[in-house]
Design a binder for this molecule. Structure first.
Ligand code: AMP
Ligand code: ZN
Length: 432
């Protein structure tokens, strides 16, 4: 039932003592990076000044912008020749935030994710089809190694190519899949088109769904369509990727592995901790990572700690499903996109006017992104061909940058609502 019973059910006192010893180690190793060395000097923090976990709260928060500013090696705590792998956050073709791993980091990440999927019920003998994109994104290789560690047979299918996915599932009798929830719904339509019933014509029994926010209703729908159990999987590249937090068979919140991550929930306005059970922004500290330790990372994800113990006997606390973000990042088809990326691209294209708005819709089971763009009058009122080619250029340039194909609608100057305050850039109509 447990991957590592002793660790998973450790009493809170021992777990906190363990965290304190790891916290000291992490400060010692982070101090070797130029970024944290300066930061610790500024606040007078040294490993010998740490006598309680409370001291963590004196450390300034680290943000994605800090990672970008100190890109690529500013947070590196080991020499480069100790590194064996790098990964990046999904979505951007620009300067992605990059995380570097030593051999031990890769091993310990695989282990904590193996613990997670074993907890959900995957076993040796399962056939595991990993439908996440391989490459820089952590969902591919991360799950790959964890599933092998559990002893499952891995089909490294990667993302997309729906018909082939279904073919693989049938030919090799896949029992477990890892899939983005919106893609799971999209794929169900391809099943329908092929007149294949996932409940009867496959051996599927379980799915790991994550990488984007989804509701309980959406989970139920996936479970219903496929006739399986679907487990919520949360992670982010800055904290390795998947394996930060995962649902147990009780499917009531995700256990967050506190021997690997120190957890805080803060009020995003005051930056102060909220009381247990209240919603706020999740802040995480890596307790085991050697290559690139990160302390007090602002995930920008909104959640809460679910108070009380879990019936499964694990003592690591649970977080609720992610409610939203404290920044304007959108997740479309599992890809992280910031409105500023779209703005930058649009403003480079001659003919584009001064205002735009992004509308997110769910058509059937698919997410679509519509970008309404004001264009200069000569383009709007002028030659149709010229307008069409401008529209096409905008689609092509956006697709190349954000990796999602938007629908672009050109509108006349001044026709989009403008506000005096912060522009309303995103209208998300995807809520169920
Ligand atoms: P990345 O760094 O590309 O792996 O993206 C990480 C982000 O994806 C997180 O900060 C969340 O906003 C989002 N995310 C990942 N897993 C989940 C999940 N299970 N539910 C909701 N959002 C998620
Ligand atoms: Zn549990």
């Amino acid at each position: 039932m447990y991957w590592e019973k002793d660790v998973e059910t450790m009493d809170r006192g021992r777990l906190e003592a363990f965290q304190l010893s790891k916290f000291k180690e992490v400060v010692k190793s982070a101090n070797k990076s130029t970024y944290y060395n300066k930061l610790f000097l500024d606040i007078g923090l040294g490993e010998d000044t740490i006598d309680s976990l409370d001291i963590i709260k004196n450390i300034p928060l680290t943000t994605k912008d800090d990672l970008r500013e100190h890109w690529p090696y500013g947070l590196l705590a080991v020499s480069k020749d100790e590194l064996v792998r790098m990964h990046a956050s999904s979505g951007t073709t620009g300067r992605a935030t990059v995380v570097f791993h030593t051999a031990r980091d890769v091993e310990s990440w695989a282990d904590v994710l193996a613990r997670s999927i074993f907890m959900a019920g995957m076993r040796k003998g399962d056939v595991f089809q990993n439908m996440m994109s391989y490459g820089l994104f952590t969902g591919g290789l991360g799950f790959h190694y964890a599933a092998e560690k559990v002893g499952a047979m891995v089909i490294p299918a990667g993302a997309g190519n729906s018909k082939r996915q279904i073919q693989l599932m049938r030919d090799f009798e896949t029992t477990v899949i890892h899939i983005i929830p919106s893609y799971a719904l999209h794929l169900s339509r391809v099943f329908e088109d092929l007149k294949v019933d996932p409940r009867k014509d496959t051996k599927l029994r379980m799915a790991f769904i994550g990488a984007e926010p989804h509701s309980e209703k959406m989970r139920k729908k996936i479970e219903e369509i496929y006739g399986i159990k679907a487990f919520n999987s949360y992670g982010l590249s800055e904290m390795n990727g998947p394996g930060v937090s995962f649902e147990c068979p009780y499917q009531n919140g995700m256990h967050i592995w506190e021997d690997h991550y120190f957890v805080e929930i803060i009020d995003p306005k005051t930056m102060k901790p909220v009381s247990e059970g209240e919603e706020g922004e999740l802040v995480l500290t890596t307790l085991k990572r050697e290559g690139m330790p990160i302390l007090r990372y602002r995930t920008k994800d909104l959640t809460r700690i679910i108070p009380g113990p879990c019936a499964c006997g694990r003592t690591h606390r649970r977080i609720d499903r992610i409610k939203g973000r404290t920044d304007d990042m959108m997740i479309v088809k599992g890809v992280n996109i910031f409105p500023i990326q779209i703005e930058k691209k649009l403003m480079e294209i001659p003919g584009v006017g001064t205002n735009f708005v992004i509308i997110l819709e769910r058509e059937g089971y698919d997410d679509t992104m519509i970008v309404k763009v004001e264009v200069q009058n000569e383009f709007f009122a002028g030659d149709v061909k010229q307008r069409e080619s401008l529209g096409k250029r905008i689609v092509d340039e956006l697709r190349a940058d954000i990796l999602v194909t938007p629908k672009v609608e050109l509108v006349g100057p001044g026709s989009l609502p403008s506000t005096e305050g912060k522009a309303l850039r995103v209208i998300d109509n995807r809520r169920e």
